[in-house]
Design a protein around this ligand. Structure first.
Ligand SMILES: Nc1ncnc2c1ncn2[C@@H]1O[C@H](COP(=O)(O)OP(=O)(O)OP(=O)(O)O)[C@@H](O)[C@H]1O
Ligand SMILES: [Mg+2]
Length: 288
């Protein structure tokens, strides 16, 4: 689906501010995967994902979407990529500008040249995905709450029905309930559409609860790209990169180190509960 070969990007070439933000990235993201992208501040996450829909042109290296080399083919390929790969920026609500919610969500599909009927269908479907009611459609986006605005902005990208949906910190700045709500909506979207989803997040909890695999960025390089369990199993390395593992994982590692026969591969509260039940059921008398 998405493949990069020696992908490198340098900002401000030839200026005193020249900085290579990503370097020699070689990754392959499978169709239908749900990938978490983690890494410390400035590690190159946003720079990397901006290449996936042709917003940034590599300084060197290649990027292939569905086998098409984005920058060696005609401009048409890159225009199509903007629709195939939907990118939700950090704080996307800052980009709402139309007078109604409807018009804002319809903006992308309209640019695709779709019929009015098809646009209407997509706007409503996207609204359902983000869990907003139809009554909001004729309101001004500026009269909505922060969480609602965020959802309208996400719906605008979902309405493109992209093959790949990329979200840069979609839950940043929301309260815990708002975070959970948005992330569970994105999870349902992934399950229902079977599209490829990339989620950039600083929260290991959000990543462990939602994604299937993880891509770890460190100082502009891809340090790991593997399943959730393989990545979180490398706790020490993650900590050295200024990252962390979910709190619940630390609890189980500590339990194991104290001699309890538990698995270290526990990343969510649900898994923790199941693991404790197993332990209590089996060795309840001994450890309860
Ligand atoms: N427009 C820009 N011009 C110059 N340098 C930039 C620009 N955008 C990012 N950089 C630099 O490139 C490097 C990578 O930045 P990037 O925004 O990709 O990191 P990030 O992992 O997304 O960080 P964060 O977690 O803070 O969002 C950083 O050193 C950053 O300062
Ligand atoms: Mg960023």
């Amino acid at each position: 689906m998405i493949k990069t070969e020696h992908l490198t990007y340098t900002y401000g070439i030839g200026t005193p501010f020249e900085i290579t933000a990503i370097e020699d990235i070689n990754i392959h993201i499978e169709k239908g995967d749900y990938v978490g992208v983690i890494g410390h501040t400035g590690s190159g996450k946003s720079t990397l994902i901006s290449h996936f829909n042709a917003i940034l042109k590599p300084t060197s290296g290649r990027i292939l979407i569905d086998g098409h080399d984005l920058w060696s083919e005609e401009k048409k390929t890159r225009i199509q990529t903007r629709f195939d790969v939907g990118l939700v920026f950090q704080y996307p609500e800052h980009q709402l500008f139309e007078e109604t919610v409807y018009k804002d969500i319809a903006f992308g599909p309209k640019n695709m040249g779709l019929s009015g009927e098809e646009i209407d269908k997509r706007v409503k479907k996207a609204l359902d995905f983000v869990g907003l009611s139809r009554s909001i459609l004729e309101k001004s986006p500026f009269d909505l709450s922060g969480g609602q605005k965020r959802r309208v902005a996400i719906a605008g990208v979902m309405a493109l029905e992209p093959k790949v949906l990329i979200l840069d910190e979609p839950a940043a700045g929301l309260d815990p309930r708002g975070r959970d709500e948005i992330l569970s909506r994105i999870r349902d979207y992934h399950r229902e559409t079977r599209s490829t989803v990339l989620l950039v997040s600083h929260s290991m909890e959000d990543i462990s609860r939602n994604t299937n695999s993880i891509l770890v960025m460190n100082h502009g390089r891809c340090a790991m790209h593997a399943s959730v369990s393989e990545v979180f199993d490398r706790t020490e390395e993650l900590i050295q990169m200024g990252l962390d593992v979910p709190h619940i994982t630390k609890v189980f590692i500590a339990l194991q180190e104290k001699g309890y026969p538990v698995s270290r591969n526990v990343y969510t509260i649900e898994q923790g509960k199941a693991e404790l039940m197993r332990l209590l059921g089996k060795d309840g008398d001994q450890h309860a």
